[in-house]
Design a protein around this ligand. Structure first.
Ligand code: PLP
Length: 457
C-alpha cells in the first residue's frame, strides 16, 4: 500500500487497520488510565491487564511493585524528606549515590552533578562543556554535534540536541551552535550495495568533514546514545564508534554519552559504553537510575572537566548552577536502593541470560511480510515496518500503521510503542523467559491481525 492523497481514504484505511488509528476517534476515546502495577504488568481503570513491554518509557527496570524501593522512600521521608545541596550543604543518600555511581561508571569519570530528568542532565552537560572551554580560554570552541534520530530530551538545549524534526518544529529549535550529523542506521541510510563496514566508515568521514567545515577550533563536543532509543532503536554498526572516537580525539572534542536508556543493564552490560567500548568525557543517566519510581538524573564528568570547573569557579567566586531538587534525598535514597538491587540480584547477568531468548523471538519476526528489519541488543529491540520488503519502502505515515499495531497489541494484552515507522520493545529488566513469550505472543497476534486486514484492504 502506498501514499493516499485523500485524507478521508487515509482515515478509512487507518480505521480498517485499527479503529484507534483514526485520530478523531483516538481523541474521543481519551487516554488509557493506568491504575496499578505488579511485576512486569500494569492494569487500567477498566480492569484490563497488560504486560508492559516498554517499561513505561524505557525506564521501569525493576517492574511496578518493588517493595524495597517503596520502603527506601518511606524511610527517607521519615528521616529527612528534603534538603538541598546549595551553600555547602549535602545529604547522606545523595553522597552515597554519587559514590555508588562512580564505582560502577566507566573509567575516568570522577564527579557527579544531579538533576531531575534526562533532559536536564543533558542540558547540564551542554552548560558544562561551555563552562569548561571558557575555563580553558577557548571561548570559540562551543559547537556541539548531535545526530539525526538521536533523542536527548525536550528542554531548550537538550531539545536542540534531539535529532527528530518533530521535536524542533515550531519550537524554534535547534538553538545556535548545535549541529546534527548522520544517524547510524544502515537500514535507512546505506547507499545501494554499501556494506555495514563501508557505511560506518562513510559516516565517520562525514563527521570529520563536518568538523573541518565548521573549524575544529569551534567544535566542543559530540553527543550520542550508545543505542538510539526514541529515534527507532538504532544499533550502531560495527566500527562506527571506534572511528567516531578517533576523530573526536584528533580534534580535541569531548564525547558525551547519553545513557538515559542504555544505562544500568539494558544492553547486557552495566552501561552501553561497555557494550560499544565508549570512553566518554561526560555521561548522563536517568530513568533506570531509580527504576523511575522517583525523578532523578545525573551528569557524570571526567576529572579533567571537574578540575577546570573548580579552577573557573574560584575565579568567578562560585559555581553558580543547580536546581532546588538536585539530588533530592528521597529520590537519591530510592536510587541507592535500586543500585543495590542491581548488584545483589545481578541484573546485568539476568539480562545477558534472558536477552538471548528476547533477541531470538524478536529476530524471528523478521520473517513477517511487513517487517523490514528486526534489530536490537540486550533487552531492547525494534521491528521496522515496511510496505514492501524488497525495496524497503515505508508505509505512508498517514496510515499510522505503527499506532494501529500498538493498539492491536494492547487488545492482546501487551504494551509496545509505535515510533515513526517502527515498533519498539523494551521490557522491564526483571522479565523472565515465560513473560518474554507472553510478550511476543501478544505482538505476533497483533501482527497476524494486521496482516489479515492488509490482505482485506
Ligand atoms: N536521553 C534519552 C536517551 C532519552 O531516551 C530521554 C527520554 O526518553 C531523555 C534523554 C530525556 O529524559 P527525560 O524525559 O527524563 O527528560
Amino acid at each position: 500500500m502506498t501514499a493516499r492523497s485523500n485524507s478521508n481514504s487515509v482515515n478509512d484505511i487507518a480505521s480498517l487497520i485499527h479503529p484507534y488509528t483514526n485520530l478523531a476517534r483516538h481523541a474521543e476515546a481519551g487516554p488509557v488510565i493506568m491504575t496499578r502495577g505488579d511485576g512486569v504488568f500494569v492494569e487500567d481503570d477498566q480492569g484490563r491487564r497488560y504486560l508492559e513491554g516498554m517499561s513505561g518509557l524505557w525506564s521501569t527496570s525493576l517492574g511496578f511493585s518493588e517493595r524495597r524501593l517503596i520502603d527506601a522512600a518511606m524511610r527517607q521521608f521519615e528521616k529527612l524528606p528534603f534538603y538541598h545541596l546549595f551553600n555547602h550543604r549535602s545529604v547522606e543518600p545523595t553522597i552515597e549515590l554519587a559514590e555508588r555511581l562512580l564505582a560502577i561508571a566507566p573509567k575516568g569519570l570522577g564527579k557527579v552533578l544531579f538533576a531531575n530528568s534526562g533532559s536536564e542532565a543533558n542540558d547540564q552537560a551542554v552548560k558544562l562543556v561551555w563552562y569548561y572551554n571558557n575555563a580553558l580560554g577557548r571561548p570559540q570552541k562551543k559547537k556541539i554535534i548531535s545526530r539525526w534520530r538521536g533523542y536527548h530530551g525536550v528542554t531548550i538545549a537538550s531539545g536542540s540536541l534531539t535529532g527528530l524534526p518533530g521535536n524542533h518544529a515550531d519550537f524554534d529549535l535547534p538553538i545556535a551552535n548545535i549541529l546534527h550529523t548522520d544517524a547510524p542506521s544502515h537500514f535507512h541510510n546505506a547507499l545501494p550495495g554499501e556494506s555495514v563496514t563501508e557505511f560506518a566508515a562513510r559516516l565517520v568521514d562525514n563527521l570529520e568533514q563536518l568538523i573541518l567545515k565548521e573549524g575544529p577550533e569551534t567544535v566542543a563536543a559530540f553527543i550520542a546514545e550508545p543505542v538510539c532509543g526514541s529515534g527507532g532503536v538504532i544499533v550502531p554498526p560495527e566500527g562506527y564508534f571506534e572511528g567516531v572516537q578517533k576523530v573526536l580525539k584528533k580534534y580535541d572534542i569531548l564525547f558525551i554519552a547519553d545513557e538515559v536508556i542504555c544505562g544500568f543493564g539494558r544492553t547486557g552490560n552495566m552501561f552501553g559504553c561497555e557494550t560499544y567500548d565508549l570512553k566518554p568525557d561526560i555521561m548522563t543517566v536517568a530513568k533506570a537510575l531509580s527504576s523511575s519510581y522517583l525523578p532523578i538524573s545525573a551528569t557524570l564528568v571526567s576529572d579533567d572537566i571537574h578540575a577546570a570547573m573548580i579552577e573557573q569557579s574560584r575565579k568567578l567566586g562560585g559555581f553558580v548552577h543547580g536546581v532546588t531538587y538536585s539530588g533530592h534525598p528521597v529520590c537519591a535514597a530510592v536510587a541507592v536502593e535500586t543500585l543495590k538491587i542491581y548488584e545483589e540480584r545481578d541484573i546485568v547477568g539476568h539480562v545477558r541470560e534472558v536477552s538471548k531468548h528476547f533477541q531470538q523471538r524478536l529476530r524471528a519476526m523478521a520473517e513477517r511480510p511487513h517487517v523490514g528489519e528486526a534489530r536490537g541488543v540486550g533487552l531492547i529491540g525494534a521491528l521496522e515496518l515496511v510496505s514492501d520488503k524488497k525495496t524497503r519502502t515505508p508505509f505512508d505515515p498517514n496510515l499510522a500503521i505503527g499506532a494501529g499495531l500498538q493498539a492491536r497489541a494492547m487488545d492482546n494484552g501487551v504494551i509496545v510503542r509505535a515510533l515513526r515507522e517502527c515498533v519498539a520493545i523494551c521490557p522491564p529488566l526483571i522479565i523472565d523467559e515465560a513473560q518474554i513469550d507472553l510478550l511476543f505472543d501478544g505482538v505476533e497476534k497483533a501482527f497476524d491481525e494486521f496482516e489479515r486486514t492488509m490482505q482485506a484492504a
